[in-house]
Ligand binder design. Structure first.
Ligand code: CMP
Length: 153
C-alpha cells in the first residue's frame, strides 16, 4: 500500500444490481481517482449479515435489511486512497437517500428512506479493517502501482 493510503470496503447493494447501476457507481469512484484493490461478487448469508449488522440487531428494520441484502448478490470492493474512508462517505451521501444531496450517489440515484440506499461503506478505520477481513481473503487483495497515484498525494 502506498504511503498514507487508507483502505475502505464498499458493498454495492442488491438494489444497484437490480437497477443496472453498478457501473455508474464504480465509475464515480474511478473518476475521483480512487484505486480498486479488491472486487468480487458475493451472495451474503445469515452468518455474514448477523456479523456485519450486529450493531443493528435490535432495530425494527433488522429482518427487512437482512432479507434485502440476501435478495441478490452484492459487489464487494476494497478501495484505496489517502483519506478514502471519509472521501467515499462524502461521495455516497448520508444513509437516508431521500435526504442526500444532489451530486452524491444516493442523492442522485435513490429516493429510499430505508434499506435500498445502493451502497454500504466502512465508517471508520476500525470497521474498514474488520470488513476487509470479513469479506476478503488476503489473496483477493491486489497491491499494484497506478500511474495517476502521483496526482493523489
Ligand atoms: P448501511 O450503510 O449498509 O448500514 C446499515 C443499513 O441499514 C443502512 O445502510 C441501510 O441500508 C439500513 N437502514 C438504515 N435505516 C433503515 C431503516 N429505517 N429501515 C430499513 N433499513 C435501514
Amino acid at each position: 500500500m502506498a504511503d498514507k493510503a487508507e483502505r475502505t470496503v464498499v458493498l454495492i447493494k442488491p438494489d444497484a444490481l437490480q437497477r443496472n447501476l453498478m457501473g455508474e457507481i464504480i465509475q464515480r469512484f474511478e473518476r475521483k481517482g480512487i484505486k480498486i484493490v479488491g472486487c468480487k461478487m458475493i451472495r451474503l448469508d445469515d452468518a455474514l449479515l448477523d456479523e456485519h449488522y450486529s450493531h443493528h440487531k435490535d432495530k425494527p428494520f433488522f429482518d427487512d435489511l437482512k432479507n434485502f441484502m440476501k435478495s441478490a448478490p452484492v459487489l464487494a470492493m476494497i478501495l484505496e486512497a489517502p483519506e478514502v474512508i471519509k472521501a467515499v462517505r462524502i461521495i455516497i451521501g448520508p444513509t437516508k437517500a431521500s435526504e442526500a444531496d444532489a451530486g452524491s450517489i444516493r442523492g442522485d440515484l435513490s429516493i429510499s428512506s430505508a434499506s435500498a440506499n445502493l451502497v454500504h461503506a466502512s465508517d471508520s478505520n476500525e470497521s474498514a479493517e474488520q470488513e476487509i477481513k470479513r469479506f476478503f481473503k488476503p489473496e483477493e487483495i491486489f497491491n499494484y502501482e497506478k500511474i495517476d497515484e502521483s496526482f493523489s498525494g
